[in-house]
Design a binder for this molecule. Structure first.
Ligand code: HSE
Length: 306
């Protein structure tokens, strides 16, 4: 195999109670990437459409992720990477993670799969390190593995896949303001009170249980974050109003998607998800802020070959 075209999905990280350890994969939004071998012993970003991204491989998350994979193999194989960017950088739905995950997935396939999907996560994390100054896995893991991913440990890296309740839907509203992950990480407090930690790990444990038992109500109750959300939500226009609105419309829960500015609502079933999406659209329409809205099922497969 010399070349491959892949779909690299968007993801929602944190899911409120799981800062840096929990994320899920979307199936209605994602980038397309075309990767092919070259004879130049060089990683080249040959084309980017849709958004403006660095064309130097060392400054591009896809380039950095692929280089880290090749380094592990001690390979000097060259690749050309084309990215059709559909996920806006700084949107909070794993834009850099999609590029990193799609690139390492495709290169690994072309090379005959020397690595398993779990091993690919650590290479894609190098892209996150470049993008945000921190090698978190809560976007790249679900982008590669699909479904829900839980990072039990970063050192050594151990990522678990969690079950996906069939009727779960995600509505994402992306207000078109850019919040860089690096910036929104810098405002988080570095110390957590024991009381907050107790509440947070209670919710995270309950969320895992809810996914296993398909207990949608428990899932909704678990989507609480008293550590990061109070600080970051200040940057998101109408965050509290949206929270109240989607709760009134019957969403299971609501919070910040990744580092924002996107917000997400989890819903049970298509009918409720459409109701929540329509309400968000009506509410935001007269706010003089451009926005995108996505309604998605949970993508169980992650990056896929096109
Ligand atoms: N866990 C990361 C953060 C995800 O919240 O900073 C970034 O998308």
């Amino acid at each position: 195999m010399e070349q491959l075209k892949v779909f690299a999905p968007a993801t929602v990280a944190n899911l409120s109670c799981g800062f840096d350890v929990l994320g899920c994969c979307l199936d209605s939004v994602g980038d397309e990437m075309f990767i092919k071998k070259n004879d130049l012993n060089e990683i080249r970003i040959t084309k980017v459409t849709g958004q403006s991204l660095p064309m130097e491989a060392d400054q591009n998350v896809a380039g950095v992720a692929v280089k880290s994979l090749l380094k592990e193999l001690d390979s000097n194989q060259g690749f050309d990477i084309e990215i059709s960017k559909k996920i806006k950088p700084g949107s909070g739905i794993g834009s850099s993670a999609a590029s990193s995950a799609g690139a390492v997935f495709a290169v690994n396939k072309i090379l005959g799969e020397p690595f398993n999907p779990h091993q690919l996560i650590s290479f894609a994390m190098q892209g996150e390190l470049l993008a945000s100054g921190n090698a978190h896995a809560d976007n790249v893991a679900p982008a590669i593995l699909g479904g829900f991913s839980l990072v039990r440990s970063y050192c050594p890296l151990e990522v678990l896949s969690l079950p996906v309740p069939e009727e779960l839907r995600v509505v994402v509203l992306h207000p078109m303001i850019e919040i860089k992950t690096k910036d929104s990480r810098s405002i988080i407090k570095q110390n957590v009170s024991l009381k907050s930690a107790i509440n947070q790990w209670g919710n995270l444990g309950a969320l895992v249980s809810a996914l296993y038992t398909e207990d949608y109500e428990l899932l909704g109750r678990s989507l609480q974050d008293e550590i990061v959300e109070p600080v970051r939500s200040i940057l998101i226009p109408y965050f509290q109003d949206l929270d109240e609105l989607v709760t009134e419309k019957g969403a299971l829960g609501f919070g910040i998607s990744g580092s924002g500015p996107s917000v997400y609502a989890l819903c049970k079933g298509d009918e409720n998800a459409h109701k929540v999406k329509d309400a968000m659209e009506t509410f935001y329409s007269d706010k003089n802020i451009d926005f995108d809205l996505h309604l998605s099922a949970i993508n169980k497969h992650g990056v896929k070959i096109l």
